[in-house]
Design a protein around this ligand. Structure first.
Ligand SMILES: NC(=O)c1ccc[n+]([C@@H]2O[C@H](COP(=O)([O-])OP(=O)(O)OC[C@H]3O[C@@H](n4cnc5c(N)ncnc54)[C@H](OP(=O)(O)O)[C@@H]3O)[C@@H](O)[C@H]2O)c1
Length: 270
C-alpha cells in the first residue's frame, strides 16, 4: 500500500461517496478509493453501470459498495441520497456529477438550463449542506467539489455551464476556510480537459484540441493528493497550471469561445 493510499483510509475511511460514479472521472475516483481500501457509495442515474462497477470493485479490491440511483438535477435528490446512506460512516464525499451542453444562449430552453444549473451548482450546495455536519461531527473528513478549468473566467457558448461551475469554485474556496477548524478538508477540483465521454458529447476531438486532455487517472490522483493536504484548489496537470497562470482571462475566453463555436458549426454541417 502506498503512502497516499494509507493516508486516504486513515483520514477518510471507512466509506466514501462518489457522485457521477457511472463513468469518466467519477468511476476513476471510485476505483482509486477502492484500491486504497475504502468502501464506496456509487451514485448516478445509470443503475447497470453503477452495479457493474460495484461488482468489479468488490471482486478486485475486496471492498463493499452500494449503488444509489439518483438524478441530481431534481430538487429533492440530495436529500434522497443522504437518506440512502444514513447508516454508513462516510468520511469523504466526492461531488463530481455534472455535465455541459454547448450552444447559443439565444436558443437555449430555460427549463433545460435550470435543470443543468441544479445539477452543476445547486446539487453541490445541497450535498455539502447535508454531509458537512456529519463530517464535522467526525472531526475529520473531506469534500471534493467538481468545478471546471476556465469556468471562473466565463466560457462563450457555455455561459450557463461555466457560470454554475464558477459558483462551485467560489463556494468551495469559501467552505475550505470555514470548515478547516472542524477538521473537514474541502478541495475544489478544477477539472481541465480530461479524456472522458464528455469530450465527444461536446463534439471535441482530443487530437485537434489546443490543450491535450489528461487521463482520468492523473486527474483523480492529483485531486486525492490535494484533498489529503487540504488544498483549496486543485488544477491537475503541470501544463494546465502554467497555461492558467500565463494566459490572461480575456484571451482564454476568446480561444475557448472560438473552439466551441467551430465545433458547433461542424455539428450543424454534419
Ligand atoms: N472531462 C472534461 O474535460 C471536463 C472538463 C470540465 C469539467 N468536467 C466535469 O467533470 C465532471 C465529471 O465529468 P466526466 O468528464 O467524467 O464526464 P462523464 O463521463 O460524462 O461523467 C459524468 C457523470 O455525471 C453523472 N451525471 C450526469 N448527469 C447526472 C444527473 N442528472 N444526476 C446524477 N448524475 C449525473 C453521469 O452519470 P449518469 O449519466 O449515469 O447519471 C456520469 O457518471 C462533471 O461535473 C463535468 O462537468 C469535465
Amino acid at each position: 500500500m502506498t503512502k497516499q493510499q494509507r493516508g486516504l483510509i486513515d483520514r477518510f475511511g471507512p466509506w466514501a461517496l462518489v457522485t457521477g460514479a457511472s463513468s469518466g472521472i467519477g468511476a476513476e475516483f471510485a476505483r482509486q478509493l477502492a484500491r486504497a481500501g475504502l468502501n464506496v457509495v456509487l451514485a448516478a442515474r445509470r443503475e447497470t453501470l453503477l452495479d457493474r462497477l460495484g461488482q468489479d470493485l468488490q471482486g478486485e479490491f475486496g471492498v463493499e459498495t452500494r449503488s444509489v440511483v439518483v438524478d441530481l438535477s431534481e430538487t429533492e435528490a440530495a436529500a434522497r441520497l443522504h437518506a440512502a446512506v444514513e447508516d454508513l460512516d462516510i468520511g469523504l464525499v466526492v461531488s463530481n456529477a455534472g455535465t455541459g451542453d454547448p450552444g447559443s444562449f439565444l436558443s437555449e430552453k430555460r427549463d433545460e438550463m435550470i435543470r443543468r444549473f441544479r445539477l452543476n451548482a445547486l446539487a453541490h450546495l445541497d450535498i455539502a449542506h447535508h454531509f458537512s455536519p456529519r463530517l464535522a461531527i467526525r472531526g475529520c473528513g473531506g469534500l471534493i467539489l467538481g468545478g471546471a478549468m476556465g469556468a471562473a473566467h466565463g466560457i462563450p457558448f457555455m455561459a450557463n455551464d461555466a457560470g454554475s461551475k464558477a459558483f462551485v469554485q467560489s463556494f468551495g474556496e469559501s467552505l475550505h476556510r470555514e470548515l478547516r477548524r472542524k477538521g473537514v478538508h474541502v478541495t475544489v477540483l478544477v477539472v481541465p480537459p480530461t479524456d472522458t465521454a464528455i469530450l465527444s458529447k461536446f463534439g471535441l476531438d482530443p487530437a485537434t484540441m489546443p490543450m491535450k486532455p489528461i487521463s482520468t487517472s492523473q486527474c483523480v490522483d492529483e485531486a486525492l493528493e490535494a484533498v489529503q493536504r487540504n488544498q483549496s484548489l486543485c488544477l491537475p496537470g503541470a501544463m494546465n497550471r502554467v497555461m492558467s497562470a500565463l494566459i490572461p482571462a480575456s484571451i482564454a475566453r476568446i480561444v475557448m469561445g472560438k473552439m466551441i463555436e467551430q465545433t458547433l458549426a461542424k455539428r450543424m454541417r454534419a
